[in-house]
Ligand binder design. Structure first.
Ligand SMILES: O=C(O)CCC(=O)C(=O)O
Length: 295
């Protein structure tokens, strides 16, 4: 069957109206020019108590998974790990109610929808704890499994909550500004070259958003303590999601979710087709429904 009749882009999506209403035009400018933007806590509506609660929920969830008690001051339980992203836990969205609040944050949603269209879905919701260590995370784009050349528009995008202060010594993310426009993966010579990256310096509670083409990596943490962050990774609805929540949730549990959470995990998405075949209404709804509520 021809897909020509399906709306192929979010043509009617009023992304600029959404970002303007939230005062995010300069952040969109940075996304366009540099491929990433750092939204300070006060613009991201991340109050000190929200940041504290989100970090506490992340630490407890990690402890439930591993049985190891994380120590923010020393990072001892997550020190010297061999993995370049530290201790990384997937399928975290339903581990604490505040994680859904973090996902639905209007600033995060507006910037992600600006990049990926209103029909985008959550690919994965993970958290990472990184103590002192020596292993850097090599530069990469988030277009995993997608061959170069990439399109200039984003097919995937990342919104990361940083829950501890970031600096080079603290093991921060780093970016190659403008690399989203190169539309390719870095070469083997480029991935480890520090001249290609600048570190993020930002306080806990900042929201870092980037276009999926943008090259990024992370420094090892060289000071005591723990780096804590939540990675919300999104994709256009035609790509496969990394996490498949629908496989693990009952119909009743899915029906009880907030509509936007249900949409984001892919419960209303037109793909994969049900046995009856394509549901055309879902294609229309995916690109038109779900206007963000501004406060
Ligand atoms: O948070 C980090 O250190 C790196 C995360 C990363 O590379 C990613 O989310 O794609």
């Amino acid at each position: 069957m021809s897909l020509a009749a399906y709306p192929s882009r979010d043509m009617d999506f009023d992304a600029l109206e959404e970002v303007e209403a939230l005062g995010l035009i300069s952040h969109v400018g940075e996304l366009e020019a540099r491929g990433y933007t750092i939204v300070p806590p006060e613009i991201a509506a991340a109050t000190p108590s929200f940041v504290e609660d989100l970090r506490a929920a992340a630490l407890s969830a990690a402890e439930r998974r591993t049985g190891k008690s994380p120590d923010l001051a020393t990072g001892a339980a997550q020190a010297g790990l061999r993995g370049a992203t530290g201790e990384h836990h997937y399928y975290m969205l339903f581990e604490a109610p505040i994680f859904q609040q973090a996902l639905l944050n209007p600033v995060a949603q507006a910037l992600i929808r600006y990049l990926l269209g209103r029909s985008c879905v959550l690919s994965s919701f993970s958290l990472s704890l990184k103590g002192p260590g020596e292993i850097p995370l090599d530069l990469h784009s988030d277009n995993g499994m997608i061959p170069s050349p990439f399109p200039r528009y984003a097919q995937v995008a990342n919104a990361t909550w940083i829950l501890t202060d970031y600096s080079r010594e603290a093991g921060a993310l780093c970016f190659t500004p403008g690399s989203h426009a190169w539309c390719r993966h870095p070469t083997l010579e480029e991935v480890g070259d520090p001249r290609n990256a600048i570190p993020v310096t930002a306080p806990a509670g900042s929201l870092i958003v980037w276009h999926g083409n943008t090259w990024h990596g992370a420094y090892p943490r060289s000071i005591p303590g723990l780096r804590v962050n939540i990675i919300m990774y999104f994709c256009r609805m035609y790509l496969r999601q990394q996490e498949d929540y629908l496989r693990f949730l009952t119909h009743e549990a899915v029906a009880a979710l907030a509509p936007e959470v249900r949409r984001l995990i892919g419960a209303d998405a037109p793909y994969p087709f049900p046995r009856e075949g394509p549901q055309f209404r879902q294609f229309i709804d995916a690109t038109t429904k779900g206007k963000l509520q501004h406060h």
